[in-house]
Write a protein that binds this ligand. Structure first.
Ligand SMILES: [Zn+2]
Length: 267
């Protein structure tokens, strides 16, 4: 069994300030440690369920957060960013049996996590076919595009609810709940145990999971915080400037959504 784990930090239990997500800032080392422990727990659950190959993508900011030597030995770790539009699931392909998400978080524009965003803090919302989306939706649709099911999500309460709404089969572990600039979190050890057990349980039921079908048309809308940025990005091929701060793209191939996001949101 071949497993892909994508790991972010804003949905790691208890994280509540951008300093704690930023290399060199106060509190970062503690949450980098907790992010590493959460990925180790997911790896242990995967191995207990029979995984023979595990790829981990360090998918936060610089892509250089996880402490490589701490991960169990079968793990292949992807650090940094290649620039491929698959982004947080770089190198994912149909040879994988399952996608697991660790440390995922609420979407841009949400009040449910003080660190809520989608890909960047420069946008106030990204909508797909009218629905405001999180990074969870981007990687889940990419996995579906490759025929890989998402089976497990650990992250804040909102992303776990979004995962259940996307596919009720997805096993979730809530790491914290945001209220204003605060978060309310269970004990970190309790979260690690739940991740290990949840991953093992979901992978043991792997035959029950199917990738969800992709829509055959995509309307992507990006609301930028800065209208001048929206105007400039509207010149990406196929985009239209539909309101002061909003750019719209209509395409039928999911990869074209990802390619556009790489240029109109990530760069
Ligand atoms: Zn992040």
């Amino acid at each position: 069994m071949k497993v892909y784990i994508s790991a972010d930090i804003e949905g790691i239990a208890g994280i509540s300030h951008w300093d704690e997500a930023t290399i060199g800032q106060p509190g970062y080392e503690a949450f980098r440690e907790q992010m590493t422990r959460a990925v180790i727990a997911a790896c242990e659950g995967s191995l207990a369920a029979g995984a023979t190959q595990i790829t981990v993508k360090d998918a936060h900011d610089s892509g250089r957060n996880l402490i490589p030597e701490r991960l169990p030995e079968p793990v292949q770790l992807i650090r940094g960013w290649s620039g491929h539009p698959y982004c947080m699931v770089q190198e994912l392909d149909r040879s994988y049996d399952a996608l697991l998400l660790i440390g995922y978080h609420a979407r841009a524009g949400s009040a449910a996590n003080p660190l809520a965003h989608t890909y960047t803090t420069e946008v106030s919302q990204i909508r797909l076919n009218g629905q405001a989306i999180a990074e969870f939706h981007l990687v889940s649709l990419t996995a579906a595009y490759e025929g890989v099911p998402v089976v497990f999500v650990a992250g804040d309460a909102e992303v776990c609810a979004a995962a259940k709404a996307y596919d009720a089969h997805i096993e979730t572990v809530v790491t914290h709940k945001g209220i204003g600039q605060s978060v309310i979190a269970p004990h970190p050890q309790q979260v690690l145990r739940a991740i290990r057990q949840g991953v093992e349980g979901s992978l043991r039921r792997l035959s029950a999971y199917r990738p969800r079908p992709l829509p055959d048309h995509f309307q992507l809308e990006v609301d930028y915080k800065d209208p001048a940025r929206a105007y400039r990005k509207s010149f990406y091929p196929g985009c239209r400037w539909v309101a002061d701060s909003t750019v719209r793209l209509e395409v039928s191939d999911w990869f074209e959504v990802l390619r556009a996001l790489e240029f109109i949101v990530l760069t």
